[in-house]
Design a protein around this ligand. Structure first.
Ligand SMILES: NC(=O)c1ccc[n+]([C@@H]2O[C@H](COP(=O)([O-])OP(=O)(O)OC[C@H]3O[C@@H](n4cnc5c(N)ncnc54)[C@H](O)[C@@H]3O)[C@@H](O)[C@H]2O)c1
Length: 334
């Protein structure tokens, strides 16, 4: 698809981060957008940011509260899109919504593990199923599934458990690669791409904590503090000697660093993704760090989970995530 003007795009997780920037850039190119998110407030802000720019006449931006991990909510989202966008077809589906958390099979509950997995993988699956008939009715379609570098490399550094997110992101990558052939056989006018970002500056660390815990405040609950202490200890620090206030400060500082000290901004990431779609690329690596880790894992797959491998990669690309230093809170990046 060479341009997006007058097309209709669905973007999941359009309330913040890369989803918000995708919505803004699509709208700026004259594309109608229907977005969903858990948060009505953050979608209202995305819409406001779009409307600050002058919108093309008649362009539709609709917002829909829906949890992509819940199939009945996704089906309602699809029906609302059809009604509010007055259409029986869409051209672009960005399966972008995702959260981290639930990293350990030992220290996280089954509910936490499955919450991450069901959003990151189940959301992609539910939305693809729900919107496929609408994509089939369009003259051209494109499905853009956001995986991660954790879709081909299951680590964010030594000492950090990250099983649920990595399992989900590998699933997204495998599904999308297999979809290439399925679409060629059954719906050749629809293309698909898997997006594999490196570290992108977004609020995903904060958002994931809030969605996982149901606690919308910056003051950590007793359960969140206990979880953070476990992760700090697992990364080799003496968490027992830290006060609750110190643990909380570390968690908040970690989220700030993730947002503010990333090599790639969410806006730059959205541009790379949209350029990749226009160029018909099925694999879209986002950021120099993502390109480099892709090369390194292919070069030395057997070493990919060694401490040295991580440390030399982190030093080369300037990642401060995952390297245990006293300033860095030991929670995995997304
Ligand atoms: N930021 C990174 O470094 C990075 C790296 C690789 C991959 N990713 C992936 O990119 C995607 C976007 O992440 P981001 O960094 O922009 O994060 P973000 O937290 O800024 O945005 C994600 C959005 O998805 C929404 N969301 C979460 N769960 C949802 C659900 N169940 N239903 C509907 N909406 C939901 C959130 O409310 C949020 O608005 C995610 O899939 C993430 O895993 C991010």
């Amino acid at each position: 698809m060479k341009d997006f003007a007058d097309r209709i795009a669905v973007v999941t997780g359009g309330g913040t981060g890369m989803g918000r920037e995708l919505v803004r850039q699509l709208v700026a190119e004259g594309c109608n957008v229907a977005m969903c998110d858990l948060s009505a407030q953050s979608m209202a802000e995305t819409k406001r940011l779009c409307e600050v720019e002058r919108l093309p006449q008649g362009l539709r931006i609709t917002t829909h509260v829906a949890d992509v991990s819940d199939d009945s909510q996704v089906q309602r989202f699809r029906d609302d899109v059809a009604e509010q966008q007055a259409t029986d077809k869409i051209h672009l589906l960005f399966n972008n919504a995702g959260i981290g958390g639930g990293g350990s099979m030992f220290s996280n509950s089954r509910e936490e593990w499955e919450r991450t997995f069901n959003i990151c993988w189940g959301g992609v699956y539910n939305c693809t199923r729900a919107f496929l008939p609408m994509l089939q009715r369009a003259d051209q379609g494109h499905i853009v599934n956001t995986s991660s570098v954790n879709g081909f490399w299951a680590s964010v550094g030594p000492g950090i458990s990250h099983t649920s997110y990595c399992a989900a992101k590998f699933a997204v990558k495998g599904f999308t690669e297999a979809l290439i052939t399925d679409l060629q056989v059954h719906a050749p006018h629809i293309k698909c791409s898997v997006v594999m970002p490196g570290h992108i500056g977004t609020s995903i660390v904060t958002n994931s904590r809030k969605i996982q815990s149901g606690n919308d405040s910056d003051t950590l609950t007793a359960q969140e503090l206990a979880g953070a202490r476990q992760r700090i200890a697992a990364a080799g620090f003496d968490a027992a000697r830290m006060s609750d206030a110190q643990v909380e400060k570390l968690v908040l500082e970690r989220a700030r660093q993730f947002l503010e000290e990333a090599p790639t901004t969410a806006a730059a990431a959205a541009k790379i993704i949209l350029d990749g779609v226009k160029a018909d690329r099925w694999r879209i690596l986002v950021g120099h760090d993502a390109e480099r880790i892709d090369e390194l894992v292919r070069q030395s797959p057997e070493q990919a989970y060694d401490v040295d491998f991580f440390e030399s990669f982190a030093a080369e690309v300037g990642w401060r995530l995952g390297t245990p230093t006293p300033r860095r809170p030991p929670e995995g990046p997304q």
